[in-house]
Design a protein around this ligand. Structure first.
Ligand code: FES
Length: 133
């Protein structure tokens, strides 16, 4: 089995690395939601095994994004099918703002999400999710 290389962000007093689940807790093509430090965050696994994290609430009408499906590198909201890019949070529907994305690390079988401290308005940039084994 090949070891997974994990790149950690530089230590920061405003970021926290939170263990949210085991890699197999998130089914292929679907998501799971987690409340982390007062934020509802949806963790997804694409069909090719990429794990990524986005805000868990759709800004359109509050749909639960973790109940949506992953299509390619997009998450489809289960209520009205708006789509969000996995790594940028950009929405495919004009006039709707992007949602926040969060860096993910997979170490061993554990999935970590990097989140800002409570009270910090901006999440760290999610340059990309991490592929599971
Ligand atoms: S609530 Fe998500 S698209 Fe309408």
């Amino acid at each position: 089995m090949q070891a997974l290389k994990v790149r950690r962000p530089a230590p920061s007093p405003t970021l926290h690395r939170v263990a949210v689940c085991e890699e197999w807790d998130v089914p292929l093509g679907l998501g799971r939601s987690f409340e982390i430090a007062g934020r509802l965050i949806a963790v997804f696994k694409s069909r090719d095994g990429m794990i990524f994290a986005l805000d868990g609430v759709c800004p359109h009408k509050g749909g639960p994004l973790a109940d949506g499906m992953v299509v390619g590198r997009q998450v489809v909201c289960p209520l009205h099918a708006y789509r969000y890019e996995a790594h940028t949070g950009a929405c495919d529907s004009p006039g709707l703002c992007a949602i926040d994305t969060y860096p993910v690390e997979v170490e061993g079988d554990t999935v970590f999400v990097i989140i800002p401290s409570e009270g910090s308005p901006h999440p760290p940039s999610a340059a990309g999710g991490r592929r599971s084994r």
